[in-house]
Write a protein of this length. Structure first.
Length: 512
């Protein structure tokens, strides 16, 4: 199965098993908006708990807040979003399809990178153990040509974006002979800027002055509460404020399922620091955030840093943590050194003094900020796409399994009476009553035990607990493990401790 086909199967699986539904589906859906079902919401909540715990519990100097989606419209002028939160748009005149010009160019670069990866694979097969990838990339003529082209196009694009040179962006598309994926033609319009913020009206009068925006990032809610938190929490620099909440962007290219949505959720942390220390903190937060990801056990090789060529309007250093999604390495999290851009501008626009008095150096300054910002939905997609497997078993049967890291799994254990009689359901219910206060569990007595195992595999339940006739005599149950399908006989009273060891978020946090 190609990665493309696998992705389609995953999307269908998410719907079939109650993880993610297209929004407003009975009205034919709403583009790039999705709802989380009964399994999806559990997975999403567990991801949020893992992040929140890692930020606010493991750092005594990081506290959380929950600010509103609606904010004073001046905030978005101060932050630069009214003037500069734009995407460069281009239309194909034949297909009438609209694209982000930078995404078209990035896709072109990704194709060249793919070509190089294929050459490397061929080389590896040809030269075996003696293969030196770095040397191969530097000497193979095709790879050298592709690498030069990649570097040249990257530089041209970064320069054009930094200079807001829309004509040059179009010219790159023409020079690279990029064709519309739908019509196959190169019949392009000019490139135009398009602001991504949704606006609405506050109150009943539709006047310009009443226009407010749905926040495109949660970060500004943190900046405008900086003084409140610093004073009431008696926080000393360096300290951080964390927040989880919805953000909204009128994305032009809203594809790839929950990767790019118009309504999504962010987990952001602003770390307030002394000016001049930002690059050290930037490096520390890069390390810290990568460790948080790798700690989940989804393979260190599936993450990489990508330093930005084009810096956002507020940053003096920026990197992405990219994840190996089914459609290639793409941004999962952003880490930005935002300088004093935001606090400085809020000071200017609000007329309120936003300064920190440093008792050690006896000076006042506007703090600098290093931000970590991750999309909850992208994290859900990373976990689901990495976990989804179609396996052929030794007996030739197939099973679909989601090997979700156990602390994130929606359901931790399923309690299954072997048959619906002889007192087994009653004992199974007692086990449910024992476990339900600590773990999200499911009781299931319908269909054969094999079918019930498959249903639990498909939603990623780490443990199936089967109650059989022997259980009535010996007080033990059979525990079947999701990933290995091996089974153990375990005393009923030992179940909570055994499950706890594998699924508790505290255990995961302790490994950080
Ligand atoms: N406050 C900084 C900020 O918002 P960003 O790189 O624009 O930075 C941060 O966004 C993260 O939010 C991204 O790394 C991504 O995970 C997530 N994100 C951004 N736009 C998104 C969208 N349209 N759909 C889903 N997630 C999105």
């Amino acid at each position: 199965m190609t990665q493309d086909e696998l992705f389609k199967v995953l999307v269908a699986h998410c719907k079939e098993y109650g993880f993610i539904f297209p929004s407003s589906e009975i009205y034919d859906g709403l583009a790039a908006v999705y709802d989380y079902g009964q399994m999806g919401v559990e997975l999403k909540n567990n991801i949020k708990k893992y992040w929140w715990g890692a930020m606010t519990r493991l750092h005594e100097n990081i506290v959380g807040i929950d600010s509103c989606i609606f904010m004073h419209p001046k905030i978005w002028e101060a932050s630069g979003h009214v003037g500069a939160f734009n995407d460069p748009l281009i239309d194909n005149k034949d297909s009438k399809k609209r694209y982000r010009a930078d995404v078209l160019i990035e896709d072109y670069i990704a194709k060249l990178e793919e070509k190089n990866a294929k050459e490397v694979e061929k080389g590896r097969k040809k030269f075996g153990d003696a293969f030196d990838e770095e040397k191969f990339l530097q000497t193979n003529p095709n790879c050298v040509r592709n690498s030069e082209k990649i570097a040249q196009v990257r530089k041209r694009m970064a320069d054009a974006l930094n200079a807001n040179d829309l004509k040059e962006l179009r010219q790159i598309i023409i020079d690279c002979e990029i064709a519309c994926p739908i019509s196959g033609t190169k019949n392009w319009t000019e490139v135009r800027q398009f602001n991504l913020m949704f606006s609405t009206q506050l109150g009943s009068v539709g006047e310009e002055a009443n226009t407010i925006y749905l926040r495109p990032e949660t970060a500004q809610g943190i900046f405008v509460n900086y003084l409140n938190v610093q004073k009431t929490g008696r926080m000393k620099i360096p300290f951080g404020i964390a927040q989880i909440g919805k953000a909204f962007r009128n994305e032009i290219v809203a594809r790839q399922f929950i990767f790019r949505m118009r309504e999504f959720e962010q987990m952001e942390m602003q770390f307030f620091i002394k000016p001049g220390t930002e690059l050290d903190w930037f490096a520390q937060w890069k390390k810290n955030r990568m460790a948080w990801h790798v700690n989940l056990g989804m393979g260190a090789e599936n993450y990489r840093f990508h330093d930005h060529d084009k810096l956002a309007h507020y940053a003096n250093a920026a990197t992405d943590i990219e994840f190996n999604f089914p459609f290639g390495f793409k941004e999962l999290e952003g880490i930005h050194s935002r300088t004093d851009f935001d606090l400085g501008n809020h000071q200017k626009f609000s007329g309120k003094k936003i300064q920190y008095f440093d008792p050690e150096s006896n000076e006042s300054y506007t703090p600098y900020v290093v931000e970590t910002s991750i999309g909850v939905d992208r994290m859900v997609l990373a976990v689901l796409s990495h976990s989804f497997k179609e396996e052929t078993l030794e007996n030739g049967e197939t099973r679909v399994v989601l090997s979700i890291p156990a602390p994130l799994a929606p359901v931790k254990a399923a309690v299954l009476p072997l048959v619906k009689k002889d007192g087994l359901p009653e004992l199974a219910q007692k086990i449910m009553d024992m476990l339900k206060f600590d773990f999200n569990c499911q009781y299931d007595e319908k269909d054969s035990i094999g079918k019930r195992y498959r249903r639990q595999d498909a939603i990623g339940t780490p443990f199936c607990i089967t109650v059989d006739h022997d259980s009535l005599e010996d007080g033990c149950v059979t525990v079947r493990y999701r990933d290995t399908m091996t089974q153990d006989r375990i005393k009923i009273e030992d179940l909570p401790a055994m499950i706890h060891r594998e699924v508790d978020l505290g255990v995961l946090l302790r490994k950080l």
